[in-house]
Design a protein around this ligand. Structure first.
Ligand SMILES: Nc1nc2c(ncn2[C@@H]2O[C@H](COP(=O)(O)OP(=O)(O)OP(=O)(O)O)[C@@H](O)[C@H]2O)c(=O)[nH]1
Length: 732
C-alpha cells in the first residue's frame, strides 16, 4: 500500500469511527467541539470530516459545520464553501435524506384501485382523481375494482404523494400467503450479525470501460487465488485481499442486471462503482446510473477511467459530476473518485481499497445463521453439469443438500462452486455461489429461499403457479377492458364528428329542407347533467334503426337548456329532451310560444318509452287482416241457375261469424284456392247479412265456378289500416 493511500485510509477510518459514534447528530457536534483543536491541525482529516458532516446533514450536523467554521481553522486548512453553495448543498442532501426517510409503499402490476388506495390511506374516489392526472390520454380508471397494470403509473402516483414506491413481483397477501408462499425471514437480531463483504455493481455509460474493469478485476483475482484456476463467468465473483477482506462484484455490467433485480424487488447492491471515461465525461447513461443507484439506496464510488488516454481530463469529469450533484472529495464533497486505467490496471487496487473503506463506513453486516436467502444473478444450462444458477447469499448459510425455491424454479443443491470452478461446502452472506441441482432454470433477479423440505418446495411452487395463472387472467381481462375502452372512445369521437357534420349540413341546407323534406322523422336535442349521462343516452339512441321514421340527433350537450338549444329545436322542429337538467322558466315560456316540446326526465326507460310513442305516431299505416269467422263445408249442392251449373256450399260456422259484405277465403289442405267476395249467403231460403258461430247456412262464392268440396274451410276476413309498430330493442 502506498504512503498516500495508507494516510488516506487511516484518515477515513478515523472519520468513519467518528461518524459511527456520532452519526450526524448532536453527539457528533460534541465530539467536534471536544476535538476541535486536534481537528484544526489535520488538513486532510478536516476535509474528510467536512464531507462526512454535510451528507449526514441533519440540522445539528449542519450546525456542527458552522462550529468548525466559527473555530476559524478553515482559513488555514479547509476549502470553505460559499454560503449559497452550502445552502444549495444542504437542500439537496436534505432532499436525499428525506427520500430515504420516505414511507415505502409496495406496489405490484395489476394492483386494483382499492388496493392502492388502502396502501396510500386514501379513499378510492380520491385516488381515482389523482390517477386521472397521471394516466396517459385515453386511459380511464373509473371504479375501485379497476386494475392498474402500468408499473410506471403506480410508481408515479406513490411518488406524487411523497412516498417511496417499491415495485414487487406479485401481491403479498398478508393473511393468506404467509403460510403457503415462502418469504424472507423477519429482520435478524443485531447480535446475530457479523461483518460481510460489500456487494458491488459496476455501472456507467456505453464504452466507458465497465467490461474492461470487470475483466481486469476477474483476472487479478485469478492471480490472487490460491487455486490458480481460470475464473469463469458465473455472474458474480469475489476479489479477495490479503487481510481476509473481500469484495463481491456482480459480473454483469450496466443496467440490465440492476433493473432485473429491482423489478423483482430485490436489491443486493451496496455500492455502485460508476465508471466515467475521463475523455468523454458525464454522458446520458452516467446520469441514468446515478439515478438508479440513488433509487436503490446504493452508495456511489466513481472510477474515472481511461486516464491513460491523451484527451483524459479528470478535473473536468469531476466538475461535470458536480453538475449532477455528485460532489467528489476534490470538489469538497463526500464521494470517493479514483482515477484509473482499467486497460492497464492503473489504480485499480486503490479502487478496491476505496470500496473497502466505504464498506467499513457503511458497517455492512449479515446474519449467517439459519436457512439461506439470496438473489439469483445468473443461470445457465451446462452440457455436463445440467442446470446451474449463481446466487449471492444475503442471509443464512447455504450447504449441500439444501432445498431451494426461486420464482417458479426449485433445486436440491447437489454441488456448489466458486467462480474458479472449485467446489465449496458452504456459502455465507455476500458470497457468490454457483449451484448444481436445479430442476428448472431460475431467472436473474429472483429471490432465492431455502425451505425445510422437498414437500414444502412443491407446495410453494404450486401456489406460485396458481397465483401466476390467476394474475395472468386478470392481466388479460385488463387488456380486453382497455381495448374496449379505446374502441368506445373512438366510437364516441366518430359519432361526435358525424353529428357535428350532420348538423352543419342540416344548417347549410335548412331552407331547402323545409320545402322538400316532409318525410316523417323524429328530431331530438339531448341535454344531460354530465358527460357520462349524455354519452349513455347517445349510446342507447345509436341502437335505434328504423328507416320509416329515422331519428336525428340535431344537437347534444351538457347543462341546462339554453336559448341556442331552443333556437335549433325551433328551426328543425325538434324535441328537447332534458335529462336531470332544468329549463329556465323564461325559456319554458319561449318554448311554448314557439311550440317546441321540452321534456324533462331522469330515468332512461322513460326517455325510451317517450321516443317510442313519438315515433309510433309518425309510423306509416299498413293493411292488417282481421279474421271475422270460420266455417266448415259440410255439404255440397249443385244448382242450375239460368242454365248454368252453380256450386253452393253448405256450411257450419265454427268460429266468429260469416259476414256477407266482407271477404272470404276457400282453404283446402292449407292452400288458399279462392280469395274474394260472397255472392249469396242464405239461411234455409232467406238471404241474410251474416251467420254466427254454431249456425248452418248456404254460401255461394263470388266466382261460382270454384268447386267447393266437403272438408274445405271458409275463412271470413276484412282488412284494417293500422300503424306499423315501432320495433326498437335498446338492449336492456
Ligand atoms: N485507453 C483505454 N481504453 C480503455 C480503457 N478501458 C476501456 N477501454 C476501451 O474502451 C472500449 C470500451 O470498453 P468496454 O469495457 O467494452 O466498455 P463498456 O462500458 O463495458 O461498454 P458496453 O459494454 O458497450 O457498455 C474498449 O475498446 C476498451 O479497450 C482504459 O482505461 N484506457
Amino acid at each position: 500500500m502506498s504512503m498516500r493511500r495508507s494516510m488516506r485510509t487511516s484518515k477515513l477510518n478515523m472519520a468513519a469511527s467518528l461518524l459511527r459514534l456520532g452519526h450526524g447528530g448532536r453527539r457528533l457536534k460534541l465530539i467536534i467541539n471536544e476535538k476541535n483543536q486536534k481537528l484544526i491541525s489535520s488538513r486532510g482529516f478536516a476535509a474528510s470530516l467536512q464531507s462526512l458532516l454535510i451528507p449526514s446533514n441533519d440540522t445539528a450536523c449542519y450546525e456542527a459545520h458552522n462550529v468548525i467554521q466559527n473555530a476559524s481553522f478553515h482559513s488555514s486548512c479547509v476549502r470553505v464553501r460559499s454560503k449559497s453553495e452550502l445552502e444549495a448543498r444542504k437542500e439537496f442532501l436534505l432532499a436525499r435524506l428525506d427520500k430515504k426517510k420516505r414511507e415505502r409503499v409496495e406496489v405490484w402490476r395489476n394492483m386494483s384501485v382499492i388496493e392502492l388506495a388502502t396502501k396510500l390511506n386514501l379513499k378510492p374516489k380520491q385516488l381515482l382523481t389523482i390517477l386521472h392526472d397521471h394516466v396517459p390520454e385515453g386511459h380511464f380508471y373509473k371504479s375501485k375494482a379497476d386494475l392498474i397494470n402500468n408499473a410506471e403509473i403506480l410508481q408515479d402516483v406513490v411518488k406524487f404523494l411523497g412516498k417511496a414506491p417499491v415495485l414487487i413481483a406479485t401481491k403479498v397477501n398478508e393473511t393468506d400467503d404467509r403460510d403457503i408462499d415462502a418469504h424472507p425471514r423477519p429482520p435478524p437480531n443485531p447480535e446475530d450479525l457479523v461483518k460481510r463483504a460489500p456487494i458491488v455493481t459496476i455501472m456507467g455509460h456505453v464504452d466507458h470501460g465497465k467490461t474492461t474493469l470487470l475483466d481486469y478485476l476477474r483476472k487479478a483475482n485469478v492471480v490472487a487465488s490460491e487455486f490458480g484456476g481460470i475464473t469463469q463467468h458465473i455472474g458474480a465473483f469475489s476479489v479477495k485481499l490479503g487481510n481476509n477482506d473481500s469484495v463481491t462484484f456482480i459480473d454483469t455490467p450496466g443496467h440490465a442486471a440492476f433493473s432485473s433485480m429491482r423489478s423483482r424487488g430485490a436489491n443486493v447492491t451496496d455500492i455502485v462503482v460508476l465508471v466515467v471515461a475521463a475523455d468523454d465525461g458525464v454522458m446520458e447513461q452516467t446520469i441514468e446510473s446515478i439515478r438508479m443507484a440513488h433509487e436503490a439506496g446504493a452508495t456511489i464510488i466513481v472510477a474515472i477511467n481511461k486516464i491513460d488516454k491523451p484527451g483524459a481530463n479528470v478535473k473536468r469529469t469531476e466538475e461535470m459530476l458536480a453538475q449532477h450533484q455528485l460532489y467528489t472529495e476534490n470538489m469538497g464533497g463526500e464521494i470517493q473518485a479514483i482515477p484509473i486505467s482499467a486497460l492497464n490496471g492503473t489504480n485499480v487496487e486503490t479502487l478496491v481499497e476505496a470500496i473497502l473503506i466505504q464498506s467499513e463506513m457503511m458497517d455492512l453486516k449479515g446474519d449467517p445463521s439459519g436457512l439461506a436467502e439470496g438473489v439469483i444473478v445468473e443461470s445457465r444450462q451446462d452440457l455436463h453439469k445440467g442446470k446451474l444458477a449463481t446466487a449471492i447469499i444475503q442471509r443464512g448459510t447455504l450447504r449441500k443438500g439444501a432445498i431451494l425455491v426461486a420464482g417458479d424454479a426449485h433445486a436440491k443443491v447437489r454441488l456448489m462452486f466458486d467462480e474458479a470452478g472449485q467446489q465449496i461446502t458452504q456459502a455465507t452472506p455476500s458470497t457468490p455461489v454457483e449451484m448444481m441441482g436445479w430442476r428448472e432454470l431460475p431467472s436473474a433477479g429472483e429471490i432465492l429461499l431455502e425451505v425445510e423440505s422437498e414437500k414444502r418446495a412443491q407446495q410453494v411452487l404450486s401456489y406460485r403457479k396458481a397465483k401466476e395463472i390467476k394474475s395472468k387472467g386478470l392481466a388479460d381481462q385488463q387488456v380486453i377492458k382497455e381495448k374496449a375502452q379505446e374502441q368506445q372512445k373512438l366510437h364516441h369521437e366518430k359519432r361526435r364528428r358525424a353529428y357535428e357534420q350532420g348538423l352543419r349540413s342540416m344548417l347549410d341546407k335548412r331552407e331547402k329542407m323545409f320545402v322538400e323534406d316532409n318525410s316523417p322523422k323524429l328530431k331530438v336535442i339531448i341535454k344531460g347533467d354530465v358527460d357520462g349521462s349524455v354519452e349513455a343516452i347517445l349510446d342507447v339512441l345509436d341502437t335505434y334503426h328504423n328507416p320509416d321514421v329515422p331519428l336525428q340527433v340535431v344537437h347534444y350537450g351538457v347543462g341546462d337548456t339554453t336559448p341556442n338549444d331552443l333556437e335549433l329545436a325551433s328551426l328543425f322542429k325538434a324535441t328537447i329532451y332534458c335529462f336531470n337538467v332544468r329549463t329556465p322558466p323564461k325559456l319554458k315560456e319561449e318554448a311554448k310560444a314557439k311550440r317546441v316540446p321540452v321534456k324533462h326526465m331522469n330515468v332512461i326507460y322513460h326517455l325510451i318509452d317517450d321516443i317510442k310513442q313519438e315515433v309510433g305516431g309518425k309510423m306509416p299505416t299498413v293493411e292488417q287482416e282481421i279474421i271475422l269467422g270460420e266455417a266448415d263445408v259440410i255439404q255440397q249442392f249443385n244448382i242450375n241457375e239460368k242454365r248454368k251449373k252453380i256450386v253452393v256450399a253448405g256450411l257450419r260456422v265454427t268460429k266468429g261469424e260469416i259476414v256477407k259484405s266482407e271477404k272470404v277465403k276457400l282453404v283446402r289442405e292449407q292452400e288458399v284456392l279462392y280469395e274474394g267476395s260472397i255472392a249469396s249467403l242464405r239461411h234455409i231460403k232467406t238471404e241474410v247479412n251474416s251467420m254466427k258461430h254454431g249456425t248452418e247456412c248456404g254460401l255461394m262464392l263470388g266466382d261460382s265456378s270454384i268447386p267447393v268440396k266437403l272438408g274445405d274451410t271458409i275463412v271470413c276476413f276484412k282488412h284494417n289500416l293500422v300503424q306499423k309498430p315501432v320495433e326498437w330493442n335498446p338492449g336492456f
